[in-house]
Design a protein around this ligand. Sequence first.
Ligand code: NAP
Ligand code: ZN
Ligand code: ZN
Length: 351
Amino acid sequence: MKTNAYAAQNATTPLAPFSFERRKLGKHDVQIEILYCGVCHSDLHTVRSEWGSTTYPCVPGHEIVGRVLKVGKDVNKFKEGDTVGVGCMVDSCRTCANCKDNLEQFCEKGTIFTYNSPDKHTGGITYGGYSESIVVDKEFVLKIPKNLDLAATAPLLCAGITTYSPLRYHNVTKGQKVGVVGLGGLGHVGVKLAKALGAHVVVFTTSPSKVEDALRLGADEVVNSKNEDEMQKHLNSFHFILDTVSAQHDINTYLLMLRRDGNLTQVGVPPDPLLLSVGSLIFGRRSMSGSLIGGIKETQEMLDFCGKHNVTADIELIPIQNINEAYDRLVKSDVKYRFVIDMASLKQALS
Ligand code: NAP
Ligand code: ZN
Ligand code: ZN
């Protein structure tokens, strides 16, 4: 099935129109017309090969919302016309211990991510959501709550689950003091989710221009992380800190803000190693961990939670023709607060 898309042909040239063959609909598959696709900083890291493992051409995009066009004969859960989502994964072995624990993102045989993963159906690599349609196994397709705006829901498929999962895993509850470092795509959704869980939320930003927005998004306090005096006030006080920063930064400063037994979870993936001063962990028995998206079951739970609490992303809807400019703005931390591609623009790009 010929599918139009935008792809990167190498790490340095702009994304441009590209077409390829999607696999035929199998009996467990759902064919989806993509309506909206969020733009995650991981798309940019991958397109520019900043993590060093990109296969080209690369069609990024793993925050997909669309409409079911067709289902395979063994699919009962979805039908033509349903609104559905696809996040960062499209398959896994389903038999290893981690898959059985609903943690397909840690599949021992290798998670099949939505793009840049080996594709057993085509023998090539998987191609993501900057495209007009996608074919996905029904077990990796999510239901979208009916009350949510579709374009603003797309970012939940990655930014939503990536922030929801560690907040839940670390039992963030009412009355706890929670820090969110970096107010970008992940960070701003993290603020909304931590608030919905009842936490007292403090945002750390390097961008003074985002202070008012952070408060509007629900933060109780905002700290300019470049201001030493403001930072000092929060030493030893946090139960939990979620670090979403995409570039090099000093994590020890944040570890020292944790109270005894507090945890900092790193979800941002800066391309270069971060320097850890172990003293910041030893004093106070603090811990630092990482977290990768979340399993399919938890992703559905997150979407339902967002439906109940009316949580979506604050987005800038862009035509796909503006994707390269959007990437340049992402690098400058200039996004309010997630770019989402209106996939109807792809047809215009080609006509
Ligand atoms: P984003 O929208 O670009 O947000 C990142 C934010 O980090 C920026 O808005 C900025 O916030 C802050 N920042 C950027 N450069 C900084 C620097 N040099 N020093 C301090 N702060 C800086 O990116 P995103 O889409 O939210 O993704 C964030 C990171 O998470 C990326 O590395 C991405 O690959 C990763 N990610 C991980 C997972 C996972 O499963 N673990 C999933 C998705 C994404 P302020 O302007 O407020 O300072
Ligand atoms: Zn992502
Ligand atoms: Zn597995």
